[in-house]
Design a protein around this ligand. Structure first.
Ligand SMILES: Cc1ncc(COP(=O)(O)O)c(C=O)c1O
Length: 446
């Protein structure tokens, strides 16, 4: 490794151990297809779609061209009291891909903003229906909904919460996590039947504690991505939908990771056959090329908010929320090109197929290796879970991640897990390389 010839003193890196990074930097200067080039000229395979974003692979010309064309046509236009053609076209495409009557798209710029936006819609909607007292949110242990105060409050990853104390939202509760390390440690593409009904806790403890009539929404990732690709037991999301319906509680799916193909379907909502009231998206919608996020709302949310203003003057705003860059024309042009590309190349079906190859390869290469206590594969992602080093949480996975990087493979450390979630264009040979490098690194760090 050679040190970069530029100054690294001024960027404070996000979710990164800055001190050790500076001693052993990982800096990308170019990318194409499945690979990056680093500052010192090494080729590194992107085993995590660059944080679950780059479904179509890097440097896709149709997306790049759409962006360049948009820049020369309409670079930016205000989003308030006006809009742009690309925002409407992107919203129509996204609504057309979403199941049920998820039809109204509120754009933002990231998954964190999507979380806060969906929570604000929930509060505003209940108030519009005369139930403003519904202000309790339920998340889940080890959930990740970004870093805004709303998303962080319903999120359940302890390290992300612990320094923020009473600044987190009040009136938030968390359901228990969806992992059974004893009976269902190894999962390969098959939903697991649990003997235990883990949603009894929601019904019998959490809802009565707050009273269901006070609860605004339940928010979950259909598959817990950031925690390390943890999968719900069979029927979990359907039953969650039924419980929410019974009590007039909105159900929000955070599909920032699972949306746009990761499960081999448009959304995890399609994979599991459950339509939430709101669906949050970001990342893959533009292939990661330009920030764009959003919340797709069911018709009744929009209709209720409009109807509540029936008697307001015509110039009254119905929902006081939005971002300067909501529906940015360049981001929306990127989204339109990305979604067209996914369709033309049938990439979601390919994601599903290659996911099965990944799941098999991961089990074949990693099951039985030292410290491996679980492997979970579903859709186009797989995680291997290791027993932690006492007193040094996350160190084993981090060391393995570094070792893989030095061997030319980018994988993702998540707690005690390592995750592989490649672009949907991945080939069998890439999977063999990724999984082989990971298995070697696990052995080396035994
Ligand atoms: C499920 C989920 N929600 C929200 C976010 C936050 O997205 P962003 O980093 O774009 O704010 C993420 C990011 O990984 C995520 O995985």
């Amino acid at each position: 490794m050679t040190m970069p010839d530029f100054n690294m003193d001024h960027q404070w890196l996000p979710f990164t151990p800055n001190r050790s990074f500076k001693k052993d930097p990982r800096v990308f200067v170019a990318a194409d297809g499945m690979h990056f080039t680093t500052h010192d000229g090494k080729k590194v395979i992107d085993g995590i779609s660059s944080l679950w974003c780059v479904g179509a692979g890097h440097n896709r010309k149709p997306i790049n061209e759409a962006i360049k064309k948009q820049l020369d046509t309409l670079d930016y236009a205000t989003a308030f009291n006006a809009s742009n053609d690309k925002a409407f076209q992107a919203a129509e495409m996204i609504a057309g891909m979403a199941p049920g009557d998820l039809n109204k798209v509120l754009f933002c710029n990231s998954g964190s903003e999507a979380a806060d936006t969906s929570m604000k819609v929930a509060l505003a909607y209940h108030r519009a229906r005369g139930e403003g007292h519904r202000n309790v949110f339920i998340g889940r242990e080890r959930g990740y909904h970004g870093v805004g105060f709303g998303g962080m409050s319903v999120g359940g990853i302890p390290a992300n919460r612990k320094v923020y104390g009473t600044a987190l939202l009040p009136r938030v509760d968390h359901m228990r996590f969806i992992h059974d390390p004893v009976n269902h440690a190894f999962i390969n593409g098959v939903e697991q039947d649990w003997k235990e009904d883990i949603l009894l806790e929601l019904e019998n403890r959490i809802l009565p504690l707050h009273d269901p009539s006070n609860i605004a929404a339940v928010i979950v990732e259909p598959v817990a991505g950031s925690a390390g690709w943890y999968l719900p037991p069979r029927g979990y999301l359907k039953r969650l939908r039924e419980i929410c319906d019974k009590h007039g509680i909105l159900l929000i799916f955070d599909e920032v990771i699972t949306g746009f193909g990761r499960m081999g379907t448009n959304f995890a909502a399609d994979y599991y056959g459950v339509v939430p009231d709101m669906l949050n998206f970001a990342k893959c919608v533009t292939n990661g090329v330009i920030p764009l996020g959003g919340v797709i709302c069911r018709e009744h949310l929009y209709d209720t908010m409009m109807a509540a203003n029936d008697k307001s003057p015509a110039h009254a705003v119905e929902f006081f929320h939005g971002y300067t860059y909501s529906g940015h024309p360049v981001a929306c042009a990127a989204a339109i090109a990305t979604l067209n590309l996914f369709k033309e190349e049938n990439l979601f079906a390919r994601a599903g197929e290659m996911g099965r190859v990944l799941g098999d390869a991961m089990h074949a290469a990693c099951k039985g290796l030292p410290h491996v206590i679980g492997i979970r594969a579903l859709g186009n992602a797989a995680a291997v879970e290791l027993s932690g080093i006492p007193g040094l949480p996350g160190k084993r996975a981090y060391d393995i991640f570094i070792e893989c990087f030095h061997k030319g493979a980018l994988v993702r450390p998540a707690g005690e897990c390592l995750v592989i979630a490649p672009p949907y264009i991945v080939e069998k040979s890439h999977i063999e390389q990724l999984v082989g490098t990971l298995a070697d690194a696990i052995k080396k760090n035994a």
